[in-house]
Design a protein around this ligand. Structure first.
Ligand code: PLP
Length: 400
């Protein structure tokens, strides 16, 4: 029989959300009638706003009209959408042919890893969004699992002590650095000085940053950078991924993009942009034309206003959760420029706190340790939820 890919056997993670689901089902079975509220997952709950949805509808209708029908498009995405992203979101900091439209940031992160292969060391913020580590393990760059984590992964602890920004002296030489801001799960946002230091360190060490800006539209503080390309020199050392999922409710529609600057080169001097183009045209066949029509609507004046209102709504939820936790004297960060609140329970086990909140408040959260060893003793609260549910969850938490 055919052998199993040993890299798949190496994956130890990926149990977090199934385990949460299992514990939730067990609780529900033991407490029939309990109304469980989830502040656990990062899935959007509110409908796609009407103007943006109109773009999707028009895109679908075009497919039924002889004169407007389109089949396969360019694998890199519609030129109009690439241009609009470069102009509206990057204000010309990157060119349209450096923007590659995709079916989402997570899928892009998985495919980007093919550029560098199994021999490349990867560093991740600890805690971090799981696909950076799991994807590295899948392509063989994660190495074998050891007690303290994967051998091929460098964990960069982001803790209360370092204000959730890692020690840059730990960055690998000639490797990859996954960096997410606003961060999932901590909600921390790197400021300009911190990002400038990150870019400087990556360039000095010959490493490439894979910058995940999936929550950039949640940034309200105008002094905080929304893109790594706001930092001088970043086009020489950084790839950025982003998505319509969290700003426009496209989690199920599926539309994202990556920016791979033409100035970015391998050690050999060859173009990373050219190879990314090759990967996109080889194993990806382009994002849905309906989704791209929705993306175009999202980036015109009315669409941008709807994005602002939708992200304001979730930030309103975050404010309620944060103030409920603060009233309990629980120290927390995030929630002001991000939809996640990272609450600290010093000396306690994340899963134990998770169970206590589920038992006493019937509220599902996410144990921080599921995002990496430095997440131990933390709980992530997600602001994605209907307002009435969030209000009720906060009311229950107040009696915890
Ligand atoms: N990046 C981060 C940090 C995320 O938290 C998520 C989803 O939760 C994604 C990427 C996935 O985005 P997409 O829906 O575009 O695949």
């Amino acid at each position: 029989m055919v052998q199993r890919n040993p890299c798949i056997a190496n994956i130890k993670a990926g149990y977090l959300f199934p385990e949460i689901g299992k514990r939730r089902r067990e609780f529900a079975a033991a407490h029939p009638g309990a109304k469980i509220i989830s502040l656990g997952i990062g899935n959007t709950t509110e409908p796609i706003p009407s103007h943006i949805d109109g773009g999707l509808v028009a895109g679908a209708k075009d497919l039924a009209a002889m004169e407007n029908y389109s089949g396969y498009g360019d694998e890199q995405g519609l030129t109009a959408l690439r241009e609009k992203i470069a102009a509206v979101l990057y204000r010309g900091m990157v060119a349209a042919d450096e923007v590659f439209i995709s079916d989402g940031a997570k899928c892009d992160i998985g495919r980007l890893q093919l550029l560098f292969g199994a021999g490349t060391k990867a560093a991740v913020q600890d805690p971090s969004y799981p696909v950076y580590v799991d994807g590295s393990v899948l392509i063989g760059a994660g190495g074998a699992w050891e007690e303290s984590g994967y051998k091929g992964i460098i964990y960069l602890p982001c803790t209360a002590e370092n204000n959730y920004f890692p020690d840059l002296s730990l960055l690998p030489e000639n490797g990859l650095v996954y960096f997410c801001s606003p961060n999932n799960p901590t909600g921390a946002v790197a400021d300009r000085g911190q990002l400038a230091a990150l870019v400087e360190a990556a360039r000095r060490k010959g490493s490439v940053i894979i910058y995940d800006a999936a929550y950039s539209e949640y940034i309200r503080d105008p002094t905080l950078p929304k893109s790594i390309y706001e930092i001088e020199g970043a086009t020489l050392c950084a790839i950025e991924v982003n998505s319509f999922s969290k700003p426009a409710g496209f989690t199920g529609v599926r539309l994202g993009w990556s920016v791979v600057p033409k100035a970015l080169k391998y050690a050999s001097g060859e173009s990373i942009n050219a190879d990314w183009n090759r990967i996109c045209t080889t194993i990806f066949n382009g994002a849905s034309n309906i989704a791209q029509a929705g993306g175009l609507a999202a980036l015109d004046e009315e669409g941008l206003k709807e994005i602002q209102a939708l992200t304001d709504f979730y930030l309103g939820n975050a404010k309620l959760i944060r103030s409920a936790l603060q009233k309990l004297n629980i120290s927390c960060v995030g929630g002001d420029n991000s939809p996640y609140i990272w609450a600290h329970f010093p000396g306690r086990d994340s899963w134990e706190v998770f169970s206590e909140i589920l038992e006493k408040c019937q509220v599902v959260t996410t144990p921080g340790v599921g995002f990496g060893p430095a997440g131990q003793s933390f709980i992530r609260f997600s602001a994605f939820g209907h307002r009435a549910d969030v209000e009720e969850a906060c009311e229950r938490l107040s009696h915890w």
